[in-house]
Design a protein around this ligand. Sequence first.
Ligand SMILES: *[C@@H]1O[C@H](CO)[C@@H](O)[C@H](O)[C@H]1NC(C)=O
Length: 238
Amino acid sequence: MSLTHFLQCLAFVFLVTASPIQDDSQTVLIQSKDNNNINRGVGWFDPRVNGGRFLDFTTKRYGEPLNVIISGLSDPYILTDTGLHAYAKSLGYSEECLGLHYGDLHEADLGDGDGKKTEHFLARQHYFPVWGTCWESLAGGQHFRSWKQNGTKANSGAWFIGASKELDSSKHHTIVPDGYNLGRDWLVDRAVEGGRWKGMWWKADVEYRTDLLEEGRKGVNHHIAQDGRVAILTVKRL
Ligand SMILES: *[C@@H]1O[C@H](CO)[C@@H](O)[C@H](O)[C@H]1NC(C)=O
């Protein structure tokens, strides 16, 4: 065997053994059984592929469902912080009671490489949505928390939202019975109907997924059961 031949063989062996490893790291996101969710074309990545989940981390043991996704294929403006703020107002959320409720920050793991991260709006404290004693009269106790899927491993730009309906603050912000489903439906109904804020109009298409979040109350904060449906919104600017 000539030296050249030997080196060629060596190179071949190296390539054969090395390339699958390389492939693995590059295609981690593509190798899930659930290919649809990972397709960049749908505007969001399934958090579970990279160790995330569709319950936030309210406490160590319990979480609240991330029951709405605003896909990264939505109007680019509402994918920004100020845009989501405006969009939320167009839906009927209000920030009149700003500042009265920013005590309990939740974390979520969106499987985007950031690990658990604190909700984005409340992390800034001046942003929405923070509700206090006045919220019942304003929006019937509706609120949501949101996290942006923008870590380097899954940078879809989508908002992952935990929507719920709460009792008033005198009841310590407890979720009402069926409050997760109600909170999601309230948001989605308005999004699909369409609305406006300061001259901007939006309307959303919705698709429901039942294979992302387990139905029931297991691991769910306040032991309130939810139906496991996640609404995927694609919000268009009109
Ligand atoms: C991800 O999005 C949040 C919310 O908009 C923002 O605060 C944060 O800076 C973004 N992170 C990166 C790395 O762009």
